[in-house]
Ligand binder design. Structure first.
Ligand SMILES: NC(=O)c1ccc[n+]([C@@H]2O[C@H](COP(=O)([O-])OP(=O)(O)OC[C@H]3O[C@@H](n4cnc5c(N)ncnc54)[C@H](OP(=O)(O)O)[C@@H]3O)[C@@H](O)[C@H]2O)c1
Length: 283
């Protein structure tokens, strides 16, 4: 039985932890406030930027998944979540007599700067735009340079139960980026958890994976599909001008080649499940 630590055990982390428990792992969920974590996750209350607290609280584990989120969009919060926290945790774990055999860092496709609608895969150069992507790149680097073998998983727009940002926009009759068309890459929360659970239990893993569904899609197509389902008026296709860019299209070929099969291969299956009220968001 593997002992797994999920540092930053929020929505994705809790879904992952419950899957790993079902697969027979012993799972610790660490966050500053852990009292609402569901059994059989073993709650640990710890701030991952506090080395002393990590030393006192975090037990010996075989695998670590770092899934801390910044919580709010400011530079200090991003640096604490994606740089200071991962450094502090690794500083402690690397010194242990029995360090984990692998660590995973949950990152984002915002590390890629493409805005012209190009396809990107794991080999694309990292060109983050702004502090969010820059912090993630720094955290990834710290993880990949660790003597603990590491894997980075870059998710795109996560949606799922209680994460209905696009649904609310479609319901409210908001416009969409029609000219130039903007691509969006999406993944259901349960596929984030499922892909991580798959990689945690794989014998051989790569150093980087992109975590998206099978179909990058124009934002307007998703909004129109949602509006039709909701009985809302079709969204107005806005003219944003060339400066806005077309985003990027992320390939999940490497994740699929690893053997992972998506539960929700496109936004249609995933949003249909959300609209049907399936699942819950973990607080
Ligand atoms: N949202 C997206 O579309 C998207 C896209 C790509 C990647 N991601 C990444 O996916 C990951 C998981 O996201 P999520 O939706 O599961 O986020 P979430 O539900 O907000 O969970 C993040 C967890 O981090 C914990 N945390 C924050 N600061 C901490 C600290 N200093 N020490 C210990 N724990 C801390 C929070 O708990 P406490 O407040 O109790 O500490 C929370 O439980 C994140 O890395 C996020 O950046 C998200």
């Amino acid at each position: 039985m593997s002992r797994v630590l999920i540092a930053g055990c929020g929505d994705v982390g809790t879904a992952l932890g419950l899957m790993l428990c079902k697969a027979g792992c012993d799972v610790f969920g660490a966050r500053r406030s852990s009292r609402r974590l569901p059994a059989p996750l073993r709650p640990l209350s710890v701030d991952v930027t506090d080395r002393g607290a990590i030393e006192r609280t975090i037990p010996a584990v075989d695998v670590v998944v770092y899934a801390v989120a910044a919580g709010r969009r400011d530079e200090g919060a991003y640096r604490r979540a994606y740089v200071d926290g991962v450094s502090a945790l690794l500083d402690v774990l690397e010194q242990r007599a029995e360090p984990p055999r692998r660590a995973f860092f949950v990152s984002s496709t915002s590390v890629y700067g493409e805005r012209d609608g190009a396809w990107v895969d794991e080999t694309a150069p990292l060109r983050p735009r702004g502090f969010a992507g820059e912090s993630l790149v720094a955290g990834e680097q710290r993880m990949l340079e660790s003597p603990i073998p590491a894997t980075v998983v870059r998710f795109a727009g996560i949606y799922g139960p209680g994460r209905g940002w696009l649904i609310e926009r479609a319901r409210a009759g908001a416009g969409c980026a029609g000219d130039p068309p903007r691509y969006t890459n999406r993944i259901h929360r349960d596929d984030c958890a499922g892909a991580l659970a798959h990689l945690v239990t794989c014998e051989r893993v790569d150093d980087v994976y992109i975590g998206v569904d099978d179909a990058p899609v124009e934002e307007c197509e998703v909004m129109e599909w949602l509006a039709a389902r909701l009985g809302a008026p079709a969204p107005r296709r806005a003219v944003a001008g060339a400066a806005q860019g077309s985003g990027k299209r992320c390939s999940n070929a490497r994740l699929r080649a690893s053997g992972y099969r998506l539960r929700y291969p496109t936004y249609r299956e995933g949003y249909a499940a959300v609209l049907a009220g399936e699942g819950t968001r973990y607080p």
